[in-house]
Design a protein around this ligand. Structure first.
Ligand code: TXA
Ligand code: MG
Length: 313
């Protein structure tokens, strides 16, 4: 059976809450990418979630909350962690913090770690759903594990329609690239995944450079090298396509293929990245991609492109 795709309305949100309460899976729009939501406190629901995505269980999930009060029931907030939440929530920043005794996010959702990833999405539909559900939902990106993240409801349907109960359609995601993930221990802040909040904005707020987790990533088990993988072979930093290649351009003067942003705007490029990769992947075996400046959101875009291009052996 295929999950219905429904608009976000009071009655569809009520249906979604009912499904979550019964241990079911609901795809919801967020400002970054679509998430696949399940009751964070229900290990059976979380098992179903890992299975639907084909996700390795050593890769922990982000618990999504409606605000700081709900988050504080799950984790220990240092003064710096609390001020980061105050500044950047609701919005695309995930905080990895020590779990608090009595927290409701189940062990399996955290892959047994003594930390929990928390994020308060700014998208109205996600926020309303969590408020009505009245406790955290875990929500990985709503794609099969290793695939490109979904920024539209039809992307979710293409990957997961026969494995989940409901898809809430909130239109295309505003930001288009996943949240930035930082671990905060006291006043030490480590960047685990670059994302929608540029590192320089965080550094300006905390007044010092972020510590950058090494690629091996004991602390960020989900950061597998090969990820976001299209079927096509990717060639990065290409100024022009070769014969037979699809082309993903950036900036003015691109005459072939698709263009992430003719104006050279990185925010626009982030919004379009995953949808254009999916579109080219359907038509080409090989895709060449223009160089993207490594500044602001460009860091997250280049991180995703490097993972998309990586082939294990
Ligand atoms: O923007 C986003 O963050 C989206 C939307 C749906 O909210 N979600 C998302 O989830 O990207 P997912 O599951 O695709 O990526 C979550 C990442 C994984 O790399 C995972 O390893 C990391 O968060 N993570 C979660 N909890 C963690 C923890 N306790 N310690 C270290 N890394 C953690
Ligand atoms: Mg993901």
């Amino acid at each position: 059976m295929s999950a219905p795709i429904v608009p976000v309305l009071p009655e569809t949100l009520a249906l979604a809450v009912e499904i979550l309460s019964d241990g079911g899976l609901v795809a919801m729009p967020t400002e970054t990418v679509y998430g696949l939501a399940a009751d964070a406190s229900n290990p059976e629901a979380v098992v179903r979630l890992y299975e639907a995505k084909g996700r390795p269980r050593f890769n922990p999930l982000i618990a999504h909350v409606s605000g700081l009060p709900m988050a504080m029931r799950e984790a220990v907030f240092s003064p710096l962690a609390a001020s980061l939440a105050q500044e950047f929530w609701p919005g695309p920043l995930t905080l990895v913090l020590p779990v608090i005794p009595g927290g409701t996010v189940c062990d399996l959702a955290r892959s047994g770690l003594q930390t929990v990833g928390l994020r308060c999405p700014s998208h109205m539909a996600a926020n309303a759903l969590i408020k009505e559900f009245d406790r955290p939902v875990v929500a990985p990106s709503a794609n099969r594990s290793g695939h490109v993240s979904p920024t539209r409801a039809d992307h979710v349907a293409a990957d997961l329609a026969d494995r989940i109960e409901l898809i809430l359609d909130g239109g295309p995601c505003d930001v288009g690239i996943e949240s930035t993930i930082i671990a905060v221990e006291g006043d030490i802040v480590t960047l685990l995944r670059s994302g929608a909040v540029p590192a320089d904005r965080l550094e300006a707020f905390i007044g010092k450079p972020l510590i950058r987790a090494s690629g091996a990533g004991i602390s960020a088990p989900g950061m597998l090298k090969s990820h976001y993988a299209p079927k096509a072979r990717l060639r990065l930093n290409a100024d022009a396509p070769e014969p037979g290649e699809g082309y993903l351009g950036f900036g003015p003067g691109v005459r072939e293929g698709l263009n992430l942003s003719p104006e050279g705007d990185l925010a626009e490029a982030a919004t379009k990245l995953f949808a254009m990769l999916r579109a080219l992947d359907m038509r080409f075996d090989r895709i060449a991609i223009a160089p993207i400046p490594e500044e602001g959101l460009g860091e997250a875009i280049n991180d995703r492109l490097a993972r998309a291009a990586h082939r294990d052996s």
